[in-house]
Design a protein. Structure first.
Length: 527
């Protein structure tokens, strides 16, 4: 009887999730007639009133999201978390990669491409919003500012959701919210665009950390580093290429709003791909779904054990991660993350509007940036190779140096007043995507367990913090040219390079438990 009730409960949850997805999709579709009606005005909706169908669609989206969340919510959460407290699931150190590992990596790359392309699209929508709403750049900058504020909120929120719902469920719920934020493309006022972009950022904010957590729990230890870098790098480059490519192809025909409406098919794609994403075996064991957990562990060559306390190390290492070394490394990675935010959510967001101001059409500027992203694509594999085979520390330093070189070329381009932006932007994309692909795995591999989660969360927050500071300058009315902006961002980037070179520590080939020994922390007997 218990098994039947459990099965019935699972079926009810599945149907609740499906019903929620259908409601959200219907709510988005209800906004499309207004967009289609504006075809004769090149899809300009500014000033048009929202009809009852659109308002009903918004209510459906909210209701559908809540129903989908209910379907994903596990029961007896407190008991499950207690049951999972001392469960350790890990693959043997020498385990080989199988089809399951490669399939998971491919699915997560696609998920990250879809996730990254949404904030990357912000820069391509700015020129269109300035023209349609007739407002200055500093006013339109409220859109990326609140979108980034949403990602900061989402980073905290989705970390909590992933612990309660599980990795797979949090990705699915994020995808449902993605679908709902499609209506940003049909909002007639700038205020509604700002509100919906905040929600879009909140949906996107936790995808990357959750992806890293899921992949780290599924990959054998010796393959963990390069797989995290490869998946993160391909997702970042692919997301920027997808955003610039869609802008180049669709925006000249349908206007800037199409980039938001594209959330509908891409979000639904994420929902479908969710069927191919396995749940964490630890989460399944905590819910008592032993057979499913065993099936997942067989596919990925993992095993489950109970953790035992070990003796505190009698002697710490010569380079113990305490005092100056710990805080110096945290400062180095924080400045690195802030510099990445300045470039990715500052310079690269402003660049499309700057090119349009220089006389390029929207289509031409989008094509130039897409070409830059295409040039950067092969370097992701190089970054993963360097990280796993050469040096984790110096791989990060190399990416910072490439970003610094890209900033220097942008400055040179501005001073010359002419020339192609392809090479400077390509270097910036190579460097920044290399940084974001490496900095979070490197942070997780560089700090002892007692501070690892807080350190990684802090560095992740700094990546968004840099973007918030960059957009805050524009909102405050401080308009800087691309040349001045590049020169200013070069300062923290150069500082990050120096700090990483000084305080960085090599982590390649090192067991993470050694960090706990160095810090004097009690470790686990078996992982």
């Amino acid at each position: 009887m218990t098994g039947l009730t459990s099965t019935l409960s699972d079926r009810q949850a599945v149907w609740a999730f499906v019903l929620g997805c259908v409601a959200v999709t219907a709510g988005v579709v209800a906004h499309l007639p207004m967009f289609a009606m504006a075809r004769a005005m090149h899809y300009h909706l500014a000033g048009m009133p929202m009809d009852n169908v659109m308002l009903g669609g918004m209510a459906l989206i909210v209701l559908g999201t809540l129903v989908a969340a209910y379907g994903l919510l596990p029961r007896n959460v407190a008991a499950q978390r207690a049951a999972a407290a001392d469960i350790v699931v890990a693959a043997p150190e020498d385990a080989r990669l199988g089809a399951a590992h490669w399939g998971l990596m491919a699915v997560l790359v696609i998920a990250l491409v879809i996730d990254v392309m949404k904030p990357a699209s912000l820069g391509f929508t700015v020129p269109g919003m300035i023209a349609e709403y007739g407002v200055p750049k500093k006013t339109v900058s409220l859109v990326p500012f609140f979108a980034l504020a949403g990602t900061v909120t989402g980073s905290v929120l989705w970390g909590w959701i992933a612990d309660i719902y599980g990795r797979k469920a949090s990705i699915l719920l994020s995808a449902v919210m993605f679908v709902g934020t499609s209506i940003c493309g049909a909002m007639p006022s700038l205020a509604w665009n700002i509100a919906m972009c905040f929600m879009m950022g909140a949906a996107a904010g936790g995808m990357l950390p959750v992806t890293y957590a899921l992949l780290a729990e599924m990959m054998p230890n010796r393959h963990r580093g390069w797989s995290l870098v490869l998946v993160g790098g391909l997702g970042a480059v692919g997301g920027y290429f997808a955003a610039s490519g869609l802008s180049a192809v669709l925006q000249p025909i349908f206007g800037w709003r199409i980039l938001w409406l594209a959330n509908l098919p891409t979000g639904l794609t994420l929902v479908v791909l969710g069927a191919l994403i396995p749940e964490s075996a630890k989460f399944l064991l905590a819910r008592g779904r032993v057979q499913e957990a065993e099936a997942v562990m067989r596919r990925f060559g993992a095993r489950a054990t109970r953790a035992d306390a070990a003796m505190v190390a009698e002697k710490r290492g010569a380079h113990a991660l305490t005092g100056t070394m710990l805080y110096g490394k945290l400062a180095a990675l924080s400045v690195c993350a802030l510099s990445w935010g300045f470039v990715n959510f500052g310079l690269l967001l402003w660049l499309p509007a700057d090119l349009v101001a220089k006389g390029y059409s929207v289509g031409v500027s989008s094509r130039l940036l897409a070409e830059s992203a295409l040039i950067a694509f092969p370097t992701v594999f190089v970054a993963a190779l360097l990280y796993s085979r050469w040096s984790t520390k110096w791989s990060l330093a190399t990416m910072i140096a490439l970003t610094l070189a890209g900033l220097l070329l942008v400055l040179r381009l501005e001073l010359a007043g002419s020339g192609s932006p392809v090479l400077p932007v390509a270097l910036l994309i190579v460097g920044t995507n290399g940084i974001i692909a490496i900095v979070l795995p490197y942070t997780a591999e560089s700090f002892p367990m007692r501070v690892r989660g807080r350190a990684t969360g802090w560095v992740a927050a700094c990546t968004k913090g840099g973007g918030l500071m960059a957009q805050g300058l524009t909102i405050s009315g401080i308009i800087l040219s691309m040349g001045v902006s590049s020169a200013l961002v070069m300062i923290p980037t150069a500082l990050a390079l120096a700090l990483v070179a000084w305080f960085g520590r090599e982590t390649r080939g090192r067991d993470l438990r050694d960090l706990d020994v160095d810090s004097g922390q009690i470790g686990h007997a078996e992982r």
